[in-house]
Design a protein around this ligand. Structure first.
Ligand code: F6P
Length: 398
């Protein structure tokens, strides 16, 4: 592996090189972005390697060369050819002991003479990349990736459009079956603590009720709305619910420090045994693992309550990771290509420690320190919320 990279470097016009990694939850478009960064770096004569399994690959020195052949034919491929996880260098489970591996990560990047580490990820990745940059000795560039669409200072994130399309198609399909059976069907959508996915897909799919974390819902108000719909002759209803939607009177959830904690919390340590471990943990696993537990949805409670209050049969569909699977939409492929190409240009110009953001038709660098640690939720007066209300959509509030 190393010797391939060494010969690739020897044959290149410059002594520069870069590494790419994908971290956090995967999404369609990661491969398109890897391809775009690698191809544009190669355009400038800069060899590229890809670290396997997020930041862990950097710490464990596991990487592959990303030459022209390696990135050929991956534009339309879902997932990530590099693998991903939610591990972070400053708190990494190394065979059962959680350790700060930041220095090892930096030393490995230096040993490989990397000019820059390009990190493709959501909010957790932005923070982890920034931590590495702040520690010094390693330049980073990030790209905003997440189906949650909640990274700040960018118009949008790649992965969102595809997830929104998948969710919209699901809502379309649920319409026909809800109509046949005169039911209420709720569809739970991802998005963590932001409502972009439920709002976007709910609007595009014409959901009758849209519940997002930013607007606390009142079950009685929803039931009144659904009853009024029924009395007006509409015999079915569709509810698009964000996984983070919460009822009026429920305290706001504190945003977790990072992706790994988010995942542990969502996986429900409350369901696990002592120390959150379950018998499903495999000590012989090749690298760190979260306690393996099934996530329980709080949306099922909403559906139960609505059925009780309306007396109308209600069903719940959870799309889950289907929203993160498969081929990226043309819009996401285009976005990834634009972001990746700009990353290549920034690397060529030695412009580091920035995230490549989308602003209209352009991609611009924004300081990573202004991105890390922030989250972009839906403003309650956002034009999409306004449009939903004008469509007569119930947003869950009274
Ligand atoms: O951040 C992306 C996301 O899909 C969120 O929408 C969701 O809450 C979370 O990741 C799910 O995480 P995991 O894949 O670890 O279950």
């Amino acid at each position: 592996m190393e010797s391939n990279f060494a010969s690739q470097k020897k044959n290149s016009k410059t002594s520069r090189s870069i590494g790419i990694l994908t971290a956090g939850g995967d999404c369609p478009g990661l491969n398109a972005a890897i391809r775009a960064v690698a191809k544009s770096a190669m355009h400038f004569g800069i060899p590229v390697i890809g670290f396997l399994d997020g930041f862990r690959g950097l710490v464990e020195n596991r990487y592959i060369p990303l030459d022209d052949r390696a990135v050929s034919g991956i534009l339309t491929l879902g997932g990530t050819i590099l693998g991903s996880n939610r591990d972070k260098p400053h708190k990494m489970d190394m065979g059962g002991t959680v350790m700060d591996m930041t220095d090892v990560a930096i030393a490995n990047a230096r040993r490989l003479n990397l000019d820059c580490l390009v990190c493709l990820g959501g909010n957790g990745t932005q923070k982890n990349a920034y931590r590495l940059a702040r520690k010094g000795g390693i330049n980073v560039i990030t790209l905003p990736k997440t189906i949650d669409n909640d990274v700040v200072l960018t118009d949008t994130c790649f992965g969102y459009d595809t997830a929104k399309s998948i969710a919209t198609e699901a809502i379309d399909r649920l319409h026909t079956t809800a109509s046949s059976h005169h039911r209420i069907i709720a569809v739970e959508l991802m998005g963590h603590s932001a409502g972009w996915l439920a709002l976007g897909a709910g609007l595009a799919g014409g959901a009758d009720v849209i519940l997002i974390p930013e607007i606390k819902y009142d079950t009685h108000a929803i039931a009144d709305f659904l009853n009024a719909r029924r009395h007006s002759g509409k015999r079915f209803s569709i509810i698009a619910v964000a996984e983070g939607a919460t009822a009026v009177g429920t305290p706001d959830e504190v945003d977790e420090d990072d992706d790994e904690e988010k995942s542990q919390k969502k996986n429900g340590a409350k369901n696990g045994g002592k120390n959150g471990k379950t018998p499903a943990d495999d000590p012989s696993a090749p690298f760190s693992k979260q306690p393996l537990m099934i996530r329980e949805s709080k949306v099922s409670r909403i559906v139960r309550e609505i059925q009780m209050l309306t007396g109308i049969e209600a069903r719940l569909t959870q799309l889950g990771h289907v929203q993160r699977g498969g081929t990226p939409t043309p819009a996401d492929r285009l976005l990834c290509t634009r972001l990746g190409a700009t990353a290549g240009e920034l690397i060529a110009a030695h412009r580091y420690n920035v995230m490549v953001a989308v602003r209209g038709d352009t991609c611009i660098p924004v300081p990573l320190e202004e991105v890390a640690g922030h989250i972009r939720t839906v403003p309650t007066d956002h034009p999409w919320v306004n449009a939903a209300r004008l469509m007569g959509t119930c947003m869950g509030d009274a």
